[in-house]
Design a protein around this ligand. Structure first.
Ligand SMILES: [Cu+2]
Length: 173
């Protein structure tokens, strides 16, 4: 449950460094519930997710992603073309005022390439999301099991799919 109390919003805006690393707000942009999926040993590609929220007076654009566990990260969109799922790289994602954009399985997501280590369930994972106006926002989440559909104890990102291993079966443009 979330309380929308102005005093809390002010506090969050004044003290982003003190905020829980799982949810960080900078200049009206909040990154919350970051997580990644566990990867098999030797895998070079992984996927990560988070929720991005803007306050009612803020518009911004997600323009980049990075993680210390990956040589390179991209923002991806997923679409269905007939029965075939396709992923493509996005240059960014526009954020309108008061919007919540959830990066989640079977939708827009973060693709991690050139993994430097296996992503093991329960391990912490850092993501830096860079915004056109708010700049870089670093958050730390947790690696969830390979088939996880959302971060621990949070239902908002759950999706109706049975394709936990999707990234191993899909090609990238
Ligand atoms: Cu992808």
């Amino acid at each position: 449950m979330r309380l929308k109390i102005p005093a809390l919003a002010v506090l969050a805006a004044l003290a982003p460094a003190l905020a829980d690393a799982h949810e960080v707000t900078v200049k009206g942009v909040t990154v919350a519930y970051p997580w990644a999926r566990a990867t098999p040993e030797g895998a070079k590609v992984g996927a990560a997710f988070a929720e991005i929220k803007t306050d009612k007076d803020t518009s911004d654009r997600l323009v980049g992603i990075s993680s210390p566990v990956a040589g390179r990260a991209e923002i991806h969109a997923m679409t269905m073309e007939g029965d075939v799922m396709k992923m493509r790289r996005l240059d960014g994602i526009d954020l309108k005022p008061g919007e919540s954009v959830v990066l989640k399985p079977m939708a827009n997501h973060v693709m991690l390439f050139d993994l430097k280590q296996q992503l093991k369930e329960g391990d912490p994972v850092k993501l830096t999301l860079t915004f056109a106006k708010a700049g870089p926002i670093e958050v730390e989440g947790t690696v969830e099991p390979p088939g996880a559909k959302g971060p621990h104890g949070h239902e908002a990102q759950s999706v109706d799919d049975s394709m936990g291993e999707m990234h191993h079966h899909m090609s990238h443009d």
